[in-house]
Design a protein. Structure first.
Length: 372
């Protein structure tokens, strides 16, 4: 690796800071033998519910399960339609189908958040839920969605990328009827492996999710419904509790890095920089620019030692797994156009000014090269 390499993500800064405390917590859990749904999980659930401003948090095995169980816990299933933006990670759509409901896609707006007008156009008597995705670190406009869908349609927040963000002062994870999040290691709040959670103020949803995650029952050997095995492990919960105390500081470092990018790249036409939507507090899970001739620009950055990513290279309807939706190119024009332009630049706590200057210089050189 060359000395000027800048990775897309570097978790060492965060993990090194918590490792001594985590190892002590691991030793305590190993001594107790409470590896699954033990005190460490209950403690983290209480802490994260408070962080999100919700009454309940239910830890589960991963973020995909969190979305599915949030839907199923609210009674969404066969015969129901669930609206989802086309420009999301596959897990959002996958979870809807796993719940038994019918997947209905809608386009995004120019800020890459769910298009509220498109939602209004696609509502039907069978619409049971709308999943708003908090993309790249900023929340979807849930208050506008509520105005459009009315009180009877369930609003679900996919908050896998927005831990610590807020909209109009309300914390992400508490913006909808129920929210799902992921604690995959690269998230703003990441475990040392997979994990997820469902947050809500609705006691009945939380109770159902607690059953569903544990083979359909809360009491041992009392299985009330057909559930699954999706439980947050105690070791991961302990790490999350430790990291949660540092999340505000780490998110602040992301904001500083995003502001620095905005300054370094402000005059670099025709690159389109991301913006924070009015009312949002962005936590910059990803810093995603839009560039012409994306493949050539990305290759030039790779050659210069700059790590990049594509989040996400194809909308849901153009993936082979979803071919039976019958929606080809042209179905969701904004999602399709932007999918060919987006490029994720390095972003993580601990990203230094000199590293960002190298990224900016390499991007500038790449843009000049493809424009020549």
């Amino acid at each position: 690796m060359n000395d000027h390499h800048v990775p897309l993500v570097d978790l060492h800064h965060q993990n090194d800071a918590v490792l001594p405390e985590a190892m002590a917590a691991f030793a305590e859990i190993c001594a107790s033998g409470a590896f699954v749904l033990g005190p460490a999980v209950s403690r983290f659930e209480e802490e994260y519910a408070g962080f999100c401003g919700t009454d309940h948090c239910v830890g589960v095995g991963n973020g995909t399960d969190a979305i599915e169980l949030a839907l199923r816990g609210a009674g969404v299933g066969r015969g129901d339609e669930v609206l989802v933006p086309a420009n999301t990670f596959v897990a959002t759509a996958e979870a809807v189908l796993r719940s038994g409901a019918e997947l209905v896609l809608v386009d995004c707006d120019e800020d890459l958040l769910i298009d509220v007008d498109a939602v209004a156009d696609r509502l039907s008597p069978r619409t049971r839920a709308v999943v708003g995705v908090d993309l790249y670190g900023q929340p979807a406009p849930f208050e506008r969605l509520r105005e459009v869908v009315g009180p009877e349609v369930l609003l679900v927040e996919d908050g896998a990328q927005s831990q610590g963000a807020a909209r109009h002062g309300r914390p992400a994870g508490g913006l909808a009827d129920v929210a799902a999040t992921s604690f995959y290691p690269g998230k703003n709040l990441g475990a040392f492996g997979d994990g997820g959670a469902v947050t809500t103020d609705r006691t009945e949803i939380a109770t159902e999710v607690r059953k569903l995650r544990n083979h359909g029952g809360i009491e041992r050997y009392r299985h009330e419904v057909i559930g699954t095995n999706s439980r947050l492990d105690s070791l991961h919960a302990a790490v999350l509790s430790i990291k949660l105390t540092r999340l505000k500081e780490w998110n602040a470092q992301r904001v500083v890095a995003a502001d620095r990018y905005a300054e370094l790249l402000r005059d670099l036409a025709p690159v389109v920089l991301p913006r924070t939507v009015a009312g949002n507090e962005h936590v910059w899970h990803l810093y995603v620019v839009r560039v012409p001739q994306r493949a050539r620009v990305q290759q030039a950055l790779t050659d210069a030692g700059i790590g990049t990513g594509l989040h996400y290279p194809a909308p849901i309807h153009l993936m082979p797994a979803f071919a039976d939706l019958g929606q080809g190119p042209g179905s969701f024009p904004v999602a399709e156009r932007t999918a060919g332009e987006i490029l994720s630049l390095p972003m993580y706590p601990g990203l230094g000014a000199a590293q960002q200057e190298r990224v900016a210089a390499a991007l500038s050189a790449a843009i000049e090269e493809v424009g020549s």
